[in-house]
Design a binder for this molecule. Structure first.
Ligand SMILES: Cc1cc2nc3c(=O)[nH]c(=O)nc-3n(C[C@H](O)[C@H](O)[C@H](O)COP(=O)(O)OP(=O)(O)OC[C@H]3O[C@@H](n4cnc5c(N)ncnc54)[C@H](O)[C@@H]3O)c2cc1C
Length: 341
C-alpha cells in the first residue's frame, strides 16, 4: 500500500474501532465513516469467556486472544482515562453432578488452571445451584458502548475525522478502504459474495431489587450485573432471522430460561436485539478483495468479538501498513471460490 494514501474505515463497531487504534498507533492517516445504525457491538453484553461451557474446552485461540485483548483494552483505558473492563469472573452454575466432576478434573489440569477456579457455592439463595458453581477467571466484560464512544471522542480530539453518514461505492476514489460493516456486509457490492451466516440475538435488561450478585452468572444464559438493581440477561441465537428487530419468541425464551433456575422477582425494562456477523467456519475474515486491491475487509467477529477483535485488528494493520502476511485460517481468500468469475 502506498504510504501517502488515506485509509477509510467503514463502520464504527468493534472491528472498526480496534483497527482505528492500531492505525493511530502507527501514525497512518485514516478517517472513519459510520451510519450510526449499529446492530451488533452496541447491543453486545461484552462478555469475554475463554471457555466453551457445552464441551468444557477452551475457545478458539483463547490462550493468545485473551491476554492480547486484556493488554489492548487496558492500554486504551489508560489513553482515555476510562475503565471499560469489569475485571470479574463468570460463575458457571452446574447443571449436573457430571458437569461438576468434569470441572473438578479440569481445574486441576495445568492447561486450564489459569482459567478455572475450584468448585464453590453460589452465595445467592435466589439462584438455584444445587451442584455448585465454578468460576471462570477472565477480564469479565467490556462496556462496549463506552469503549466506542470514548475512543471516538479521544480520536477526534487527536485530529481523526469521523464522517457520520452511510458510505456507498460511488464515494470510492484513490484511497484505501477497509469495510468493517458487520452483518451489513451482505449488502456490500464488493464483498457481498462472502457466505455470511448472520446470527440474530435478543437480550433483556431487567430490574430486580432482591438479587445481589457481583459475578456474571451463566447457566445456558448469562446474567450480567449492571449496577443499581439492573441486570442484562441473554442471549438467544437465531440463524433464520435477518432483521435486527427484537422478537417476542426471543423474549419468552429468555424469561423461561431465567425462571428455570432462579426465584427472584423481576421486571423487564428493556428488550434489544442485534445481528452477529458470523460465517459458517466461525472465524473472522480479513484481507483484500480478489480483484480490487484497494478494497479490504475486517469482519466475521461472530459471537466473541470482544476477545477476537484486538488481536486481528493488529494483524490487519500490520498487513495494510507493513505488508505482513495474514494467518491462513482468517484470510478472506478462503472465500475466493465464491467470487463470481
Ligand atoms: C445480542 C448480542 C449479544 C452479544 N454478546 C457478546 C458478548 O457478550 N461478547 C462478545 O464478545 N460478543 C458479543 N456479541 C457479538 C459482538 O457484538 C460482535 O462480534 C461485534 O460487535 C461485531 O462488531 P463489528 O464491528 O464487526 O460489527 P457491528 O458492531 O455491526 O459494526 C458495524 C458498523 O458498521 C456500520 N456500517 C455498516 N455499513 C455501513 C456503511 N455502508 N456506511 C457506514 N457505516 C456502515 C454499522 O452501522 C455499524 O456501526 C453479541 C452480539 C449480539 C447481537
Amino acid at each position: 500500500m502506498s504510504d501517502q494514501k488515506t485509509i477509510n474505515i467503514i463502520g464504527w463497531g468493534l472491528a472498526g474501532a480496534t483497527l482505528a487504534w492500531q492505525l493511530f498507533k502507527r501514525k497512518v492517516p485514516f478517517q472513519v465513516y459510520d451510519n450510526g445504525v449499529n446492530f451488533s457491538s452496541r447491543v453486545a453484553a461484552g462478555l469475554v469467556n475463554p471457555i466453551v461451557f457445552k464441551r468444557l474446552t477452551k475457545s478458539w485461540k483463547a490462550d493468545i486472544l485473551l491476554p492480547f485483548a486484556k493488554d489492548f483494552y487496558s492500554e486504551i483505558e489508560e489513553i482515555t482515562s476510562f475503565q471499560f473492563l469489569s475485571n470479574r469472573s463468570i460463575a458457571r452454575v452446574f447443571a449436573s453432578v457430571e458437569e461438576q466432576n468434569n470441572w473438578a478434573s479440569l481445574s486441576g489440569d495445568e492447561r486450564f488452571a489459569s482459567y478455572l477456579s475450584e468448585i464453590d457455592e453460589l452465595n445467592e439463595s435466589l439462584i438455584q445451584a444445587p451442584f455448585g458453581i465454578g468460576r471462570v477467571i477472565t477480564i469479565g466484560n467490556l462496556d462496549v458502548n463506552a469503549f466506542l464512544d470514548r475512543s471516538k471522542d479521544n480520536l477526534i480530539e487527536q485530529g481523526v475525522t469521523f464522517i457520520n453518514r452511510p458510505f456507498n461505492s460511488k464515494m470510492i476514489d484513490q484511497d484505501e478502504y477497509v469495510f468493517c460493516e458487520g452483518y451489513k456486509i451482505i449488502q456490500n457490492p464488493f464483498f457481498g459474495y462472502i457466505p455470511m451466516k448472520p446470527t440474530h440475538g435478543d437480550v433483556l435488561t431487567i430490574r430486580s431489587d432482591q438479587l445481589r450478585i457481583e459475578d456474571i452468572v451463566n447457566k445456558n444464559m448469562f446474567i450480567l450485573p449492571l449496577g443499581d438493581g439492573l441486570y442484562r440477561v441473554g442471549a438467544t441465537y437465531n440463524w433464520d432471522k435477518l432483521e435486527p428487530e427484537p422478537t417476542i419468541e426471543g423474549k419468552d425464551e429468555l424469561i423461561d430460561k431465567l425462571r428455570s433456575f432462579t426465584t427472584f422477582p423481576f421486571e423487564v425494562i428493556q428488550h434489544d436485539a442485534g445481528i452477529r456477523p458470523t460465517v459458517s467456519d466461525r472465524r473472522p475474515f480479513l484481507g483484500t478483495h480478489p480483484k480490487n486491491k484497494k478494497l479490504h475487509v475486517f469482519n466475521g467477529l461472530g459471537t466473541k468479538g470482544v476477545m477476537i477483535a484486538p488481536f486481528y485488528a493488529e494483524q490487519m494493520a500490520n498487513y495494510l501498513c507493513l505488508g505482513k502476511v495474514i494467518d491462513e485460517d482468517v484470510d478472506v481468500r478462503r472465500f475466493d471460490k465464491f467470487y463470481p468469475s
